[in-house]
Ligand binder design. Structure first.
Ligand code: TPP
Ligand code: MG
Length: 279
């Protein structure tokens, strides 16, 4: 597992891996004929960089090491991106990807800690994952271990009130081992984030709650790595990284199209999307 700048995968290699992870996601959702492509694609670089360049003490043979870094996909519907990363790291065999959303599959439609090796907390009810992540960070402080806790939230998800209760608590407990990524793709399920509930400045909101705040291009691996370095250097407060992204990133006819939130591709769409991703 890459741990230091010297042993990290290069940004270019991480970018290529993120693209292959998009292909895994596309295959999974096409085979299942159900699932969430748009929000999985928008988070592909963030989740790939976390798993393959940032997180420490992950052991697929021993997924519950107490001092492991934690990842929580708070926007749980985007779990295909999580499953693709876990499978490529060896937490389970890649053949399981073909069983996404099937009854008795280890890969359920939303992340299930009782089904999937490497998943520490069940998510899918928006807002709850980030609260669980905050609890994990608090536990790490109490145990005085070196764990860091990373979570990805959707911009629609932060309409949920629990996110802001959590933001207050994380600042109160000075959880500098906690990082929130906000996947700001400006779309949610039923419309644009502004139409449903205007967010104004997410940065100002988190800053006013006492957080260290950064803004990046969420598809630029160098910027993701740099933000993670800055988060690690920040003491006494949690870090919120507002990542500007594109929903459906990587496939022209899916980008910024609300309908691709939770739609499975037809055979023609699947082939066209695959052709773009391998080009
Ligand atoms: C508490 C709760 N309310 C509603 C939903 C249904 N839902 C699933 S995804 C989604 C939209 C999420 O939008 P966003 O957080 O922006 O995610 P992304 O754009 O990254 O897919 C909604 C409303 C849910 N999963 N949980
Ligand atoms: Mg969104």
């Amino acid at each position: 597992m890459p741990k230091t700048a010297e042993t990290r995968m290069s940004a270019q290699a991480l970018g290529e891996l993120a693209n292959n992870i998009r292909l895994d996601i596309l295959d999974m959702v096409y085979k299942a004929q159900s699932g969430h492509i748009g929000g999985s694609f928008s988070a592909a670089e963030i989740v790939t960089t976390l798993y393959f360049a940032e997180m420490r003490n992950l052991d697929p043979q021993n997924p519950r090491l107490p001092h492991r870094d934690r990842f929580v996909l708070s926007k749980g519907h985007a779990c295909p991106v999580w499953y693709a990363c876990l499978s490529r790291l060896g937490f389970f065999d890649a053949e399981h990807l073909d069983s996404l959303r099937k009854i008795n599959s280890i890969l359920q439609g939303h992340p299930d800690m009782k089904s999937t090796p490497g998943i520490d907390i069940t998510t899918g009810s928006l807002g709850h994952g980030c609260a669980s992540a905050t609890g994990m960070a608090l536990e790490g402080k109490a145990a005085k271990d070196q764990r860091r806790v990373y979570t990805v939230l959707g911009d629609g998800e932060i309409n949920e009130g629990v996110v802001w209760e959590t933001a207050m608590a994380a600042a109160k407990y000075e959880l500098d081992n906690l990082v929130f990524f906000i996947d700001k793709n400006n779309l949610q399920m039923d419309g644009t984030s502004d139409e449903i509930m205007p967010l104004l400045s997410i940065e100002d909101k988190f800053r006013s709650f006492g957080w260290h705040v950064l803004t990046i291009d969420g598809h630029d691996i160098e910027q993701i790595l740099c933000a993670l370095d800055l988060a690690r250097l920040t003491k006494g407060k949690p870090t919120c990284i507002v990542a500007n992204t594109t929903k459906g990133k990587g496939v022209s006819f899916m980008e910024d199209v609300r309908n691709w939130h939770g739609k499975a591709p037809s055979t023609e769409e699947y082939q066209a999307a695959r052709a773009e991703l391998v080009a």
